[in-house]
Ligand binder design. Structure first.
Ligand code: AMP
Length: 302
């Protein structure tokens, strides 16, 4: 099974109440592909500029991540600058420099077009559609987005939404996209825009999944040390799609397990800046926190 992702590869500058990181590796496709690579083979589609050196690309090495779709273009790599206050649930974007992302029109390597699962990570929705046009017959297409695209490319985003099965967005973005403060009503409005399933990420409070099977809720893992929430959403998506990609069937049981793997990957990611924690995990770490989640949420019926 192969999982294709298109998204950003970035240099991030991030400030949290616990420290700062300047121009560290980030980007939606980076966090996603590293997280998903613990579960399945990943085909990466992204662009970097000439300032992206080989050493930085080491993050993808020795993992089942195919980087033939990682293109280098003249110019600078995408940059994002953001900060978090003591409420770590919402990033405040200070600067977005699209740089090489502005003119990126990827032609997928021929064998990428046969992938069976697609994740359209946070990137220009026009580019998400452009990639989807090239994929032949995916059995599942999921998508992420953010306020930047909701505010700047709404029509293109609506076109993408009509073509996907599952949307994964955070709470504030769900409210903004649906123009509706109540999350259940917002979910219904968003599903009427196209996706048959929707996951709303709620930062440290966990995530909600809406689908034909009803609503499923997972808590956030209670952590004593949280340093940097950047990439939590993408790591969440990586764990989610990684488990779905390695599973033959996508029944309710598997989807619920995928939500837990997603939460496990997000919880590890926030324990350090950039990908420092995420890239150094073992599968045993993942299984151990998966088991802790089971204990955390288990209760007996009367
Ligand atoms: P999240 O998982 O939601 O915390 O996403 C964090 C990542 O999103 C950062 O590493 C940023 O580089 C990336 N990012 C921020 N803004 C954008 C944007 N407009 N398009 C694509 N990626 C972005």
């Amino acid at each position: 099974m192969s999982l294709l992702v298109v998204g950003s590869v970035a240099f991030d500058s991030v400030k949290t109440p616990f420290g700062e990181a300047h121009e560290v590796l980030g980007g939606s496709a980076t966090y996603f592909s590293v997280a998903a690579s613990y579960f399945t083979d990943v085909l990466l589609v992204a662009v970097v500029g000439e300032d992206f050196d080989h050493k930085t690309a080491d993050v993808f090495k020795n993992r089942p991540i195919d980087i033939r779709g990682l293109q280098t273009m003249p110019g600078k790599t995408f940059r994002w600058r953001g900060e978090y206050s003591f409420d770590l649930n919402e990033a405040r974007t200070l600067e977005t420099c699209l740089n090489v992302l502005a003119d990126f029109k990827p032609q997928l390597p021929a064998d990428y077009c046969d992938c069976d699962i697609v994740f359209l990570a946070n990137i220009d929705p026009e580019l998400q559609s452009y990639v989807l046009d090239q994929v032949k017959k995916p059995r599942l297409v999921a998508c992420d987005t953010m306020n930047f695209w909701i505010e700047n490319r709404l029509e293109a985003l609506k076109t993408t939404l009509k073509r996907i099965d599952l949307l994964v967005i955070n709470e504030g973005e769900a409210r903004e996209l649906a123009k509706e403060p109540n999350l259940v009503k917002a979910a219904n409005k968003i599903m009427a825009m196209g996706p048959s399933s929707l996951i709303i990420k709620r930062g440290e409070y966990g995530a909600l999944m809406f689908s034909a099977a009803g609503i499923f809720a997972v808590p956030g893992f209670p952590l004593e040390f949280v340093f940097d929430p950047t990439g939590a959403g993408d790591s969440f998506a990586g764990g989610l799609m990684g488990h779905l990609s390695r599973s033959q069937v996508h029944n309710d049981e598997v989807i619920r397990q995928a939500m837990i793997f997603a939460s496990v990957m997000a919880s590890y990611n926030v324990e350090s800046f950039s990908l420092d924690r995420l890239r150094n995990l073992t599968y045993a770490d993942i299984e151990s926190r998966f088991a802790e989640f089971k204990k955390l949420t288990h209760f007996e019926t009367l």
